[in-house]
Design a protein around this ligand. Structure first.
Ligand SMILES: *Cc1c(COP(=O)(O)O)cnc(C)c1O
Length: 354
């Protein structure tokens, strides 16, 4: 796809890349030379600009700072052996971004700006995509409300931005997870399905409480009974029970519809697994554990792809696993990596060339 909308491009005089080694670069530490900024004003999107990466100037009355209309996405691009740069399923993120926008009473971002902007910006900063094994370019599109006024109402101005950050391998170490029974992440009718900044802000305190007890993350449960599984921290949760894979369904609107979740479901089905998207109760998980049927548990998301769960603790009942014996989750991860790095055929057209 070609960008059909014009971008106003101002290139940096000197690349910052000279002083930086991209091998094993830590997540989110460096940003590339350029960023994209598009302003929404007078009821429409103005011509997007690609500019040298730089601070934003914020008036203290900036609406987002007060009322939190803020949404974002997380996407990765990979450098393949043939030197090409491919973005993993960005169109799914584009659609999800606009679902988040509608729920937060923000304007939808047109395809030319989101998709065209992504490809134009990455094209300009292509040298920042690390070519080392398991490295990638993390892409962060986001939007904020930008009226300078503190009345509570939807803004008339918005800013859509894309920034890029080169990323080294993310070794997701097996996690200890606590089943959260006090705090909740999402309720039906709420904003759980939206990638809204506030969901993250609200999760920091419960996560910190879990850390104090020695856990890496919490397993979010439904808000009414604390009985049905929602998500694991900021990852979607998968349970292998007997000869089936179970993951909570999306119909309640309390779960973020992960692109990795959808990809993993597809890959599992290709491996011959029955994948059930349905309500999953903690009672069913415990019963499966007691009968020896709970085989593997893992979380999925763009950052780690798959993170194994070596312990799930419910009240004072810990379910502990020897993840070194697991076969299924590691196989799914390998297949996902092989598609992303162009090692196996991309049958589903998940890769979008820059
Ligand atoms: C982003 C996110 C995920 C994972 O989504 P991906 O598209 O797979 O990266 C899962 N849960 C929450 C709450 C998220 O914000």
């Amino acid at each position: 796809m070609q960008a059909t909308k014009d971008f106003k491009v101002t290139l940096t005089k000197e690349s910052k890349l000279k002083g930086i080694t991209l091998e094993n670069v830590p997540f989110g530490k460096y940003f590339t030379d350029h960023m994209l900024v598009a302003d929404y004003a007078d009821g429409q999107w103005q011509t997007p600009e690609i500019l040298p990466y730089q601070p934003l100037q914020l008036d203290p009355s900036l609406a987002v700072l007060h009322y939190g209309q803020a949404i974002f996405e997380g996407i990765k691009a990979y450098k393949l052996a043939d030197g090409s740069v491919q973005i993993f399923r960005p169109y799914d993120n584009f659609k999800r971004f606009n679902l988040s926008a509608v729920r937060m009473q923000m304007p939808e971002v047109p395809e030319e700006i989101f998709m065209g902007g992504l490809r134009t910006l990455i094209g300009i900063d292509k040298n920042w995509v690390p070519g080392f094994e398991n490295h990638s370019l993390y892409i962060r599109p986001f939007m904020i409300s930008s009226d300078n006024a503190i009345g509570v109402r939807p803004s008339e101005h918005y800013k859509f931005l894309i920034i890029l950050s080169p990323t080294g391998p993310y070794y997701a170490k097996p996690m200890r997870i606590h089943v959260e029974e006090k705090y909740v992440r999402a309720v039906p009718g709420g904003i759980g399905f939206a990638k809204a900044a506030g969901n993250y802000g609200a999760a920091l305190y419960p996560s910190a409480e879990a850390h104090k007890e020695g856990y890496d993350q919490v397993l979010w449960m439904d808000a009414f009974e604390h009985k049905y599984v929602q998500e694991c921290g900021t990852m979607n949760a998968f349970f292998i029970i007997g000869d089936k894979v179970v993951t909570p369904g999306l119909e309640e609107g309390t779960i973020l519809a992960g692109v990795t979740r959808d990809s993993v479901i597809t890959v599992l089905k290709e491996m011959g697994w029955d994948v059930e998207e349905r309500p999953l109760s903690i009672d069913e998980i415990i019963a499966a554990h007691k009968s020896g049927n709970l085989k593997e548990i893992f979380g999925t998301g763009t950052a780690a792809t798959i993170a194994l769960i070596k312990e799930l603790c419910y009240k004072d009942y810990p379910m502990v696993f020897d993840v070194s014996t697991w076969k299924i989750a590691p196989e799914v991860k390998r297949r996902m990596d092989d598609i992303r790095y162009g090692i196996t055929e991309d049958k589903h057209n998940w890769l979008w060339p820059v």
